[in-house]
Write a protein that binds this ligand. Structure first.
Ligand code: CMC
Length: 452
């Protein structure tokens, strides 16, 4: 990308450079600058040249919450929020959800191409081989209180893996990255299932490596005394599809957290733990949990109009959870697939009161001026919680399922960051709004003053 140039002529445009550019005139000095446009983007760092005095810092971009700032170049996931398009490496999410397996998608996200049969078989075998965790991880998880939130356990469990694999900090060694990808994708369901069993007070179930990924996970969740657990095929298929839908979503809050933490060149386990923590929040992955709590609060279809009015009036904190998205300004393409999936699961488990409330809530919201004007449509989390509830997952466990899937996207984004020569440690600027310098003077009388 060409660097920004300054016009030779003060107060006039001067000779514009060839190629697309922005012409910026600084009214303070009358100087004109040319900022090259590439990919409909200008470099905010170019603006630093615009200053009044030579020792000024120069103009910055102010963009809280990254509303209009690209933090990276990425070839992994494409989203067109207005048209409701989501593609992984160019493949439409609808086709992947219908035809691919989750581990195939995990490979695709990292490598950019679908695996060959040989690559796929080897990949599945490696993942299967690495599903067990060190016994100390098990003991570590047993140390949590009986009512610990499973996302806290998962965050801590993933962070703890860093201490078991100290060579993972050699992040520029591809072999180390390969094994970290395998270990994280393989062990995530095991730690997640152990967290589930701990809260339930049930014995931990070790992986059954004769089973495929989703079935093995469900076995670790649900198996009791039977020698072999056979998951309901509709449930196993639903889990695999939900994992595909959640595998990546470009620069969302948790991915940004993984990239920001990873930019310090910490090991991948620590970076992914940061992603799990970010996902825990109710405005991000925690929304599927919040949707179910909202449906419980509504309690009955007849209470929906009053609830909607409450949301619209802005009274209290309430939002219509599972609605709205920073990027999608039309129906989230994942939500369409999840709604269909939900129908299939409910055919097995039976229609629920929650589902009746959700359908009516969606119908009313989609025809309400408030939501239409703000382009608020159901997002992926509106129906996922209903599927998880139908499968008897506890509400506070829902986000854990999201985290298992998103680990593949986080890792791919983390590696992309490491291989991107333009990336450096993430370090935003600020506009300082505090005091100017003032002398220290205290009125406190210290009992234990530190002697200098
Ligand atoms: N219910 C009611 N009003 C809403 C909602 C909602 N769910 N979402 C946004 N709005 C309103 C908001 O009050 C604002 O109105 P006004 O212009 O009058 O002030 C307007 O719509 C724009 O909202 P915003 O907060 O500026 O939009 P954002 O892009 O910052 O927020 C969001 C995106 C997802 C955080 C937000 O829509 C939200 O809180 N949704 C509910 C939580 C949720 O479902 N999150 C899951 C997101 S999808 C899974 C994932 O990728 O993590």
């Amino acid at each position: 990308m060409a660097a920004m140039t300054e016009s030779a002529t003060q107060g006039a445009a001067g000779t514009a450079p060839a190629g697309d550019h922005l012409e910026i005139k600084d009214s303070r000095t009358g100087k004109v600058y040319f900022a090259p446009i590439t990919d409909e983007t200008i470099r905010t760092s170019d603006l630093k040249q615009i200053k009044v005095n030579a020792d000024d810092f120069g103009i910055m971009g102010y963009d809280p919450a990254f509303m209009n700032t690209a933090s990276c170049r990425s070839a992994i996931t494409f989203i067109d929020g207005d048209k409701g398009i989501l593609r992984y490496r160019g493949y439409p999410i609808e086709q992947l959800a219908e035809k691919a397996s989750f581990l195939e998608v995990a490979w695709l996200l990292r490598h950019g191409e679908l695996p060959t049969q040989v690559e796929y078989d080897q990949w599945v075998q490696e993942i299967t081989y690495h599903t067990y965790v060190h016994e100390n991880i098990k003991r570590f998880l047993e140390g949590f209180r009986y009512d610990a939130h499973p996302m806290s356990m998962l965050t801590a469990g993933v962070a703890a893996l860093s201490s078991f694999y100290p060579t993972a900090k050699n992040i520029h060694d591809k072999t180390e990255r390969d094994i970290a990808f395998t270990r994280l994708i393989a062990k995530m369901p095991t730690i997640a299932a152990f967290a589930y069993r701990h809260v339930k007070g049930l014995p931990f179930i070790y992986p059954d490596n004769s089973l495929p990924y989703a079935e093995n996970y469900l076995s670790m969740i649900a198996r009791m005394s039977e020698p072999k657990y056979e998951a309901n095929p509709v449930f196993a298929k639903a889990i695999d599809i939900l994992f595909i839908l959640h595998a990546d979503h470009e620069q969302n809050c948790s991915t940004n957290a993984v990239r920001a933490v990873g930019s310090s060149h910490v090991d991948p386990y620590s970076a992914i733990a940061a992603g799990v923590a970010a996902l825990y929040g109710p405005l991000h992955g925690g929304a599927n949990e919040a949707v179910l709590r909202m449906l419980e609060e509504i309690g009955d279809v007849k209470n929906i109009p009053a609830f909607i009015e409450n949301v619209k009036s802005g009274k209290g904190e309430s939002r219509l959870m599972g609605f709205g998205h920073r990027v999608y300004k039309s129906y989230d393409p994942r939500a369409k697939i999840v709604k269909k999936l939900c129908d299939e699961v409910l055919k097995v488990t039976g229609m629920s009161r929650d589902m009746e409330i959700a359908l009516e809530l969606e119908r009313i919201a989609l025809s309400d001026e408030y939501f239409i004007k703000r382009k608020l449509y159901p997002n992926v989390d509106f129906y996922t919680g209903l599927i998880y509830r139908a499968m008897h997952f506890p509400t506070d466990y829902f986000t854990v399922l999201f985290a298992i899937a998103r680990t593949t996207g986080w890792l791919s984004q983390w590696e992309e960051l490491l291989l991107d020569k333009e990336q450096k440690i993430a370090r935003p600027r600020q506009i300082y709004t505090g005091y100017a310098e003032r002398p220290y003077k205290t009125g406190l009388d210290y009992k234990h003053k530190i002697l200098k």
